[in-house]
Ligand binder design. Structure first.
Ligand code: F6R
Length: 357
């Protein structure tokens, strides 16, 4: 039940720190170590390449998961939109492992791919919030995201939970491979949970930003680089699906290759900067749009922030910034939709689980 909350979406945003802590508990053994089931470990280790298959927000989680896995384990990972993979299959490696990411476990596009994968005899793992769902039953293995029921159509806590499980999988995969990684997922995820909590406590600020930037705008742009690029895509999706504002997430360096033509006086541009190595680049990109009249809002991380940034997130491990940086974007979308009189939990034309192709 949503209790004192006006909407499930707000409740589910607020639950995120708890969900991450819950995941950590579920995946730790008696000696506080993470050890995934042996069959999953072995299969993961044996794969020469991982293919992540997902749709929508879960696809966005997969994009972040790819970065984490490639950096932590050093194993190549591809991420594919399920409906694209289905009719235009890319070349496969010799020993692929397929990972399906799906909150509902019912997405028909993913199921179509899973059926083909099983026919080809390749191993499959589903990361889902619904054990017992079609994708979890039909795949060889399952990892549970333990986010609890997600009722709002716009996915929030399932997304951060998926990324947390992917971080655990990445660390476990590195240990199984005997590669020395200093990425301690347990420690870093608990720091991230605290940071998420701090942002959930800053709702008034996010509501004000929504009012200042989005109250009567036609469109909005989100820019980021590296990990932040994946998060701005998710931020844009959240905003468009519940507030109906046309929004797009771009790689910071890509705007000047065409999209910058859309920037007018007052166009809101949200820039994310959590990655020190590209902080100067993204700020340069922002300058380019500000020079054309954009109304800039910067969400940065301590360590690469400036005095006049609108939102500064606490410092977390660079691989986990997505879990934290998405929180202000979720809240800003929520308030924008609320102010514009939209039905936050049940946006038009959308269903919670998409069981048709
Ligand atoms: C966006 C959203 C959708 C889903 C997508 C996949 O907020 O909820 O984009 O992420 O339909 O659904 P699952 O994860 O259930 O496969």
């Amino acid at each position: 039940e949503k209790g004192t909350y006006a909407h499930y979406m707000l409740k589910e945003i607020d639950e995120q720190p708890l969900v991450i802590r819950n995941i950590l508990q579920k995946y730790q053994d008696e000696v506080n170590e993470i050890q995934l089931p042996n069959d999953i470990r072995t299969t993961f280790h044996a794969a020469d390449r991982v293919y992540i298959i997902a749709a929508g927000t879960s696809y966005h989680a997969g994009l972040v998961g790819k970065e984490m896995m490639e950096k932590v384990i050093g194993k190549p990972v591809e991420v594919h939109i399920a409906s694209e993979f289905l009719y235009n299959q890319p070349l496969l490696s010799r020993n692929p492992l397929f990972i399906f990411i799906s909150q509902s476990g019912e997405t028909a596009d993913c199921r179509g791919v899973l059926v083909n994968v099983k026919e080809m005899g390749h191993p499959s793992l589903t990361i889902t919030n619904v054990p017992g769902s079609t994708l979890s039953r039909e795949a060889d293995y399952m990892l549970h995201t333990y986010a609890g029921p997600e009722i709002a159509v716009a996915s929030t806590k399932a997304y951060t939970a998926q990324m947390a499980v992917l971080a655990i999988l990445a660390m476990d995969g590195a240990h199984a491979a005997g590669s020395d990684t200093d990425f301690d997922a347990i420690h870093e995820l608990s720091i991230a949970a605290n940071a998420m909590e701090a942002l959930c406590d800053a709702k008034d600020d996010m509501e004000q930003i929504a009012r200042d930037y989005l109250f009567d705008t036609r469109n909005a742009f989100f820019i980021g680089r590296s990990f932040d690029y994946h998060v701005v895509k998710e931020g844009a999706l959240k905003l468009k699906e519940i507030s109906y504002i046309q929004a797009e997430g771009f790689a910071g360096g890509e705007l000047k290759h065409g999209t910058i033509a859309l920037i007018e006086e007052g166009t809101p541009v949200f820039a994310l900067s959590t990655q020190e190595n590209v902080d100067l680049n993204i700020r340069g990109n922002l300058q380019e749009v500000v020079a054309r009249g954009a109304h800039p809002c910067v969400v940065s991380m301590e360590g690469c922030h400036r005095a006049d940034d609108q939102v500064v997130i606490p410092r977390v491990h660079p691989y986990l910034t997505a879990l934290v940086a998405v929180v202000p974007l979720q809240l800003i979308s929520y308030y924008a939709a609320l102010h514009r009189g939209c039905d936050v939990d049940k946006p038009r034309n959308l269903a919670k689980s998409v069981t048709v192709e």
